[in-house]
Design a protein around this ligand. Structure first.
Ligand code: CTP
Ligand code: CA
Length: 222
């Protein structure tokens, strides 16, 4: 009902969420990817939709679904595709949450035909992909920009560096310290660090519940 949806906390807000891995082609049958399932980003997109937001979900290859939700899903494969889709949807956004696991590098050349094996070892030269989040941080105006950080060591320090370097409002630090958390898991243990460096740590919980915690912090800021 229209009059009920207008009371929801994210009513009238445009949220753009990225999710999943990117795949970087080597040849027509091979790619470089990562183990990201896309779950965290999909849960954020679905929770934001339930809270009344108009949601655009830019997703790399993922088995997750938003069926039944009024979410605009844009499927991408590579980091460069994702860069384009995020920039296409940036101007209208009130909030951008970059939860995708973007490949930092891609093969310099993509072979037209399947690479045949021979007796020699081979190597693949990798070149840097654009940093999507950093590029959005450079052009943002009213948008609340949220990033993720996945670290294995020195985690708070590295997360704070990313927050500053990418001009973010918040960074969500994924604690891999906890064996309940991370890629391919249903739970996450996070710490949210905001741009004035105040920190909020949460218990390990389901990714659906983590999504709500993240959105509550965003709603407080809007
Ligand atoms: N990110 C991005 N574009 C990239 C790489 C990362 O937008 N090419 C985003 C991720 O989606 C995440 C944030 O930047 O929200 C941090 O990603 P992470 O991989 O933790 O950090 P990097 O800056 O890539 O640094 P490193 O991998 O060396 O830790
Ligand atoms: Ca990275």
């Amino acid at each position: 009902e229209e009059h009920i949806s207008q009371t929801l906390p994210l009513f009238g807000k445009n949220i753009v969420v990225s999710a999943g891995p990117t795949y970087e082609n080597i040849d027509p049958v091979r790619f470089i990817g990562n183990y990201s399932s896309g779950k965290m980003g999909f849960e954020i997109a679905k929770a934001a939709s339930k809270l009344g937001a108009k949601v655009t979900l830019v997703s790399g290859p993922s088995h997750e679904s938003v069926a039944g939700y009024p979410i605009e899903r844009v499927n991408v494969v590579s980091a460069r595709d994702m860069y384009q889709a995020m920039h296409d949807n940036f101007a209208k956004a009130d909030v951008v949450v970059m939860s995708a696991a973007v490949a930092d590098y891609r093969p310099k050349d993509v072979a037209d035909q399947k690479i045949k094996k021979n007796d020699e070892d081979i190597s693949i030269t990798l070149v840097k992909n654009p940093d999507i989040l950093k590029s959005l941080g450079e052009i943002k105006n009213q948008q609340i920009l949220v990033g993720f950080a996945l670290e294995t060591n020195n985690e708070e320090e590295y997360a704070k560096q990313k927050l500053a370097k990418k001009n973010l409002d918040f960074i969500v630090l994924n604690s891999l310290q906890d064996k309940e958390a991370g890629f391919q898991k249903n739970t996450n243990k996070i710490t949210i660090i905001d741009k004035n460096l105040s920190m909020q740590s949460f218990e390990a919980k389901s990714k659906a519940e983590v999504a709500i915690d993240i959105l509550k912090v965003i709603i407080n800021k809007l």
